[in-house]
Write a protein that binds this ligand. Sequence first.
Ligand code: ATP
Length: 514
Amino acid sequence: MAKQEDVFKTIIAHAKEYGFVFQSSEIYDGLSAVYDYGQNGVELKNNIKRYWWEAMTMLHDNIVGIDSAIFMHPTIWKASGHVDAFNDPLIDNKDSKKRYRADVLIEDEIAKFDEKINKEVAKAAKRFGESFDEEMFRQTNPRVLEHAKKREELHTRFSEAMNANDLAELKQIILDYEIVDPISGTRNWTDVRQFNLMFKTEMGSTADGAMEVYLRPETAQGIFVNYLNVQKTGRMRLPFGIAQIGKAFRNEIVARQFIFRMREFEQMEMQFFVRPGEELKWFDFWRQTRLKWHEALGLGNEKYRFHDHEKLAHYANAATDIEFQMPFGFKEVEGIHSRTNFDLSQHEKFCGKKIQYFDPELGESYVPYVIETSIGVDRMFLSIFCSCYEDQDLGNGDHRAVLHFPPALAPVKCAVLPLVKKDGLPEKAREIQHRLRFDFTCQVDEKDSIGKRYRRQDAIGTPYCITIDHQTLEDDTVTLRHRDSMEQERVKVADLEKILSEKVSLNNLLKKLL
Ligand code: ATP
């Protein structure tokens, strides 16, 4: 098994063992691609949401939030195009009986050419050392050019098939490139079929029958249909944005990779309404602004990259993904899309009401254009969790599992640990915790040796441990232990609030964005 797969398995096991993520309905053998967040997971998730929400609504004068219902009028999903076109092409392998997305199988094949090219480049870089000119090598090396040509051929064929919705051609590509089922290793494929990803349910029980409604597959439409309400009641002037955090549901064909692809997940979306013609300027603005938000977390700027879409949805005129380096490769965590005036115009058409903005400077009314930023909370959680996890070798055969969370996002900010469970130390620990808990999530842990307790806090990513010893009773000082460096310093109890708030406050993270 590849090493990265092992690492990922360890991370998933750690998430369960330390109360971050549980399989949904586990005691009934689980529900596929649905997960529950445990006592530490929910804190991390809430902190991620707060970071996003405050960055959007507090740092921008012209962005406000809403919280729209999950159920919406079913015509909304006709207007948005989801009823007719929110499909994925699926294919089954007759031997393994496993189901795959045909487009993903082909994309993985394309990625193999990229890997081959990157391997050639890495080999040459090693051989030529400092004098290596990567760009020149990529442009001239015959083996690289050969792989690039084959990649381009496949990519073009794939794009054309996807654009034309040509399912037979997708299957033919899979056959021609001899793509095998990763489980059975065979090429015994069914035809490719379209599959709508929306969950349906029924509402009410009238004599004429209940109304068929959908669980929303994205939060964005809740924003579009409230555009007029917010614009009028908030007296908003263009450009302005509406932000929302909420659940979304997709009946994903292949649910893999833990919380990366779930059937019930959470999105943080912001629709930014602008004057027609100014959308590409704002698209660039949001591309940079969102990357900065990610980078401020300090997980490593090299772990992010943009992936600009070559194939655009028919209504979009620019789109990019922010991808993050997961243990299973660079994957999308956020999409930034210039959606023109498609959604609002469609709703105008379907509801028969004007959805426009009167621009006092231009003296005319128009349907605003929209830039969307759309990020999955769970994918963000996964990217942070994976990149912060370390099985650290401490020498002498000793090691520790540690989560190096950005302190502002850590589920528990500090743990107060009485060195021994007697002599008034536990009481002193409680006294300190009772003071700190108004500002920080703060635990007292008095069981086991101090070393074991440090390890337990490292494993859930607590940035600071405060150890109470006999000296504390004499001079009101404590030992402050830093999670990442494991260094310890003696500080005054009276200074704890100030020290901690400098290190763990969300405000300091938010200030990096300005
Ligand atoms: P993918 O191509 O991976 O299916 P998408 O392009 O369909 O994703 P969008 O519709 O742009 O995704 O949704 C915006 C964001 O919502 C994504 O960047 C991702 O973070 C999140 N997201 C989408 N689908 C899922 C899912 N099934 N599980 C968890 N998060 C998801």
